[in-house]
Design a protein around this ligand. Structure first.
Ligand code: ADP
Ligand code: MG
Length: 689
């Protein structure tokens, strides 16, 4: 618990005052607590002393010597330069120079022992450092420093910030609660919290500062991982799920329904799911696969096992279009079966919906497909055995918690639209077991992706015309629905009009976007599926899941506006059969970031590699979006750069929670507090609350 010292407004701290208080507020520092947790980004290690004859150009180093020259001169270009030269015992020299800063040498005296720290360069016949940091060394104690480099704001001098932090630590470091259990702390040889804070800001050695910083990153990860571990444990311990057995007869009956043989990876995923379902612990499994790898088949298998065990099952999709598609697939596969099934989406009429809801409540309906919005809000199941959530990355941790409160304790199978970098899987989805499908169905070809100049547009249209004449189908994806003044984008509707009257007018063109009424969406999508349309002008509504194997051509307009994983999902629409898909990107003026994204998407076809690249380029916050993952930003840790620590924290958290599911032991009291303070709201942590 923060104490008054930590919560005190920073301006009342010794040496701060209103003026500096305002500067500090600009970098988010309001309280003394904020101040002492304002960590350095990095350190300049001025203890790394080199002999002058072994200096390396361009690397930050420190040299010591006696001042042998102090000088100032005017350069031809009007600049003034101050200069001080030091020499070591062997007479080797390093010159420090300061442009337009004549005062830099004022404090120096001939014969004085000093250290220069900087990146040297060889100039004519001697080493030179531009604007080195100067430390004056007294004779008795040559104390060199590790200097923290802080995020600053204009007007805030680093040495003032350090003084204020020192005052803050004096006042409040001892009040900071220790969240790390002793065992975990000692295992990694981390200092106690107050000592750690001092070491972060005033380290004696570089490694001491870095290790102390790690302590706080580890602590942050441990709190996150403990929260996830608690949640996972509590779901398992509290709840008894129905045991859903897969007999050989059931297995055979289900396999017969698929028009293809399952791939090895699909089979392996199914085997794990079958085992999970047979247990009375609720399955909490994340199924990830590259786009088009065939997750749906695994879901269908699990759902039919559930129905065979006389329990209900529901599959939730993020969009109407996708729910409709699954509905269609089920109806094809189950044409000859008596499985009682229903669709629940926004386009179902109110009276139909009421009837369906009643059927689900009474247990007359075995299998439900629908959109997440409709189902999570309305449905009560009589005997729910399995929930499947399709294309999950749209819903965050929060929403998952909400869905879980449906009726009794079902098994969960969560499927993601995008392969997830391991680091995210461990954090955002850290409470789930994971299965992965890497293998694509036989004969599947990778999409050929090209980034085209506007001048090549006609050629691309020609290519489309050629292929569409052969019976292939195509999508053109535009970022927005209507022309907006702010963003000069070719909107889908406008594009639709141009195409219908222009270059592709001999073809049947349809328009599908998110603002159409649901039944209209469904009508257009059906026409496309039934090949009554050759070309669909559309928006992100088809981003995930849409499966029309005959569509093999895709144009993405303003591709620079889409993220990498979106682009990969989108092109996944045209690699669902045995013909290689073709994806053409058009992009206007682009930023460097966008350019790098577009190059990556052309170069990398594997979704797993791309996801790592995406996370690297955008940072993880962006990858999922803070809003979406619902866990808030990390303050110290970086899920990618500090991955090893994350992994370590996860293992430790699992061990801690394994021995103390409710974090009830006295040695875990502080950790429990920290977990509740941070995640009590966003995660459902009733078990320890
Ligand atoms: P995703 O994993 O992206 O949800 P889907 O489940 O929609 O992928 O499957 C993509 C396409 O691959 C569908 O047309 C599906 O019928 C087909 N498919 C799935 N598994 C196989 C398989 N083992 N062999 C051949 N085709 C398959
Ligand atoms: Mg899918």
């Amino acid at each position: 618990m923060p104490t008054p010292n930590l919560l005190q407004a920073v301006q009342f701290l010794k040496g701060v005052g209103p003026g500096r208080g305002e500067l500090l507020a600009k970098i988010g520092i309001q309280t003394v607590g904020d101040l002492i947790f304002h960590f350095p980004r990095s350190y300049d290690d001025l203890t790394n002393v080199q002999g002058i004859d072994s200096l390396q150009a361009g690397v930050l180093q420190t040299v010591q010597g006696e001042v042998v020259e102090i000088d100032g001169e005017h350069l031809a270009d009007g600049r003034r330069v101050a200069k001080a030269v030091i020499a070591d015992a062997k007479g080797k020299c390093v010159a420090g120079i300061w442009f337009n800063m004549m005062t830099a040498v004022n404090k120096l005296k001939y014969g004085q022992k000093v250290a220069f720290s900087g990146k040297p360069k060889w100039y004519r016949d001697h080493w030179q450092m531009s604007h080195p940091r100067v430390q004056i060394l007294t004779d008795d104690e040559a104390k060199l420093e590790v200097v923290p480099i802080y995020p600053l704001t204009e007007g805030l001098r680093p040495e003032h910030l350090r003084d204020m932090i020192r005052a803050g630590l004096d006042k409040a470091a001892a009040d900071v609660a220790e969240a790390l259990p002793d065992a975990a702390r000692l295992k990694h040889e981390y200092p106690p919290v107050a000592q750690g804070l001092w070491q972060v800001h005033f380290p004696e050695t570089l490694s001491q500062g870095q290790h102390a910083k790690k302590r706080f990153i580890y602590e942050e990860f441990l709190v996150l991982q403990a929260a996830l571990a608690v949640r996972r444990r509590s779901v398992r311990d509290r709840q008894l799920a129905p045991r859903l057995a897969t007999t050989p007869a059931v297995n055979e009956r289900i396999r017969r329904l698929f028009p293809f043989a399952l791939t090895g990876d699909q089979d392996r995923a199914i085997a794990t799911v079958v085992k999970d379902l047979a247990s009375d612990r609720p399955m909490q499994r994340l199924l990830q696969a590259d786009v088009g790898a065939g997750k749906t088949a695994v879901a269908i298998y699990a759902m039919l096992v559930t129905v065979a065990n006389k329990h209900q099952t529901v599959m939730m999709a993020p969009t109407e279009v996708l729910a409709q598609q699954h509905w269609r697939t089920f109806n094809q596969y189950l044409a000859q079966s008596r499985v009682r099934r229903a669709l629940l989406t926004g386009s179902v009429s109110p009276s139909e919906r009421a009837q369906t809801l009643a059927g689900i409540r009474s247990g007359e309906i075995d299998l439900v497909i629908g959109t997440q919005a409709i189902i999570a809000d309305n449905v009560e199941f009589a005997k729910l055995g399995l929930v499947v959530i399709d294309e999950q990355h749209k819903f965050g941790v929060n929403q998952r918690a909400r869905i879980k409160k449906l009726g009794i304790d079902p098994h969960y199978l969560v499927m993601t639209a995008t392969p997830i970098p391991r680091t995210i899987a461990l954090s955002v989805f850290g409470d789930l077991d994971t299965s992965t499908i890497k293998q694509l169905p036989p004969g599947r070809q990778r999409v050929v992706t090209r980034w085209n100049a506007e001048a090549q547009r006609d050629k691309v249209y020609q290519r489309f015309a050629e292929e569409m004449k052969k019976g292939r189908q195509a999508y053109i994806v535009c970022p927005l629905v209507e022309e907006s003044d702010a963003l000069d984008l070719t909107a889908a509707t406008e594009h639709y009009d141009i195409l219908r009257t222009g270059p592709l007018k001999e073809f049947r063109v349809g328009l599908l976007h998110g603002r159409l009424p649901d039944d209209e969406k469904q009508r257009v999508m059906n026409e496309f599926r039934e090949r009554k349309l050759d070309l669909l002008v559309t928006t992100l509504v088809i981003e995930v899941g849409v499966d029309v194997p005959n569509a093999t051509l895709l144009i993405i307009e303003h591709a620079d506006r889409f993220g990498l994983s979106q682009l990969h999902q989108l092109r996944g629409r045209v690699s669902r059969g045995t013909v290689a898909g073709e994806c053409y990107l058009f992009a206007g003026v682009t930023t460097d970031d966008a350019r790098e994204r577009l190059r990556s998407i052309c170069r990398i076809s594997d979704g797993f590699t791309l996801a790592e690249e995406d996370a690297r380029l955008r940072g993880l916050g962006e990858f999922f979006g803070t809003r979406q993952h619902g866990l808030g930003d990390l303050r110290f840790g970086d899920l990618i750069a500090d991955f090893a620590l994350l992994d370590q924290a996860r293992q430790d958290a699992i061990e801690i929670v394994g021995n103390d599911a409710g974090l009830k032991k006295p040695e875990h009291a502080a950790l429990r507090q920290a977990v509740l303070a941070r995640y009590g709201q966003s995660l459902d942590l009733a078990a320890i609350g």
